[in-house]
Design a protein around this ligand. Sequence first.
Ligand SMILES: [Zn+2]
Length: 227
Amino acid sequence: MLKNLLKLFFPETCCGCNSLLLFNEVLICFKCRHDLPLTYHHEIPHNDTIKKFYGLIPLEFGLSMLYFHHGGIAQELIHNLKYRNQQNIGSLLGELYAKDLQNFEPIHTVTEIVPVPLHPKKLKERGYNQVDSFCESIGTHLQIPVNKNLLLRTQYNKTQTKKNREARQQLTRAIFDVNFSTKDENKHFLLVDDVITTGSTLEICAKALLKIPNAKVSILTIAYTQS
Ligand SMILES: [Zn+2]
């Protein structure tokens, strides 16, 4: 009741297209929800996300939920999630994706979800890691614990969009490490990030996780973009 009254005086807008939300719409309007650029990667064994890592790291599976296009819904959603403290977007996307993944057998072999960490300085600036709400939501709906203490970011890296892949790899080589003990051995980790572009950050994180004896690693991102 109060919520509806508030909506009447302070109408909420869709996080995907900015149009006014109807009373029964939450965060995303029905049109945007219908138009979400889903990849259906979980139905494609050799999908674009896993192909990025062929010959680089052994993965159990790789998935991205959405295609990221310039000016598209995924870009708008991730922008709101990342810079406007709209963490509930991550929760909603996680809930929607967990439903799609229910019948994807390999997801049920995952023992822990591991978000790609932000550097502590960045975390302090932003106040939250933009992938955490997505991870928590996937974890809740698929009953998989989230482990935020395993991967550590040890060095601050500047935005590197203009550098080529090799230079970027050298820069980021040392910035992730794992803090593990014997209880972390023999697990299947699902490494999660917001957007995959070149895949170099995820590759370094995955390599760090693979230092753990008998670890298996898979990768999941909210969105996939062509590099
Ligand atoms: Zn919309």
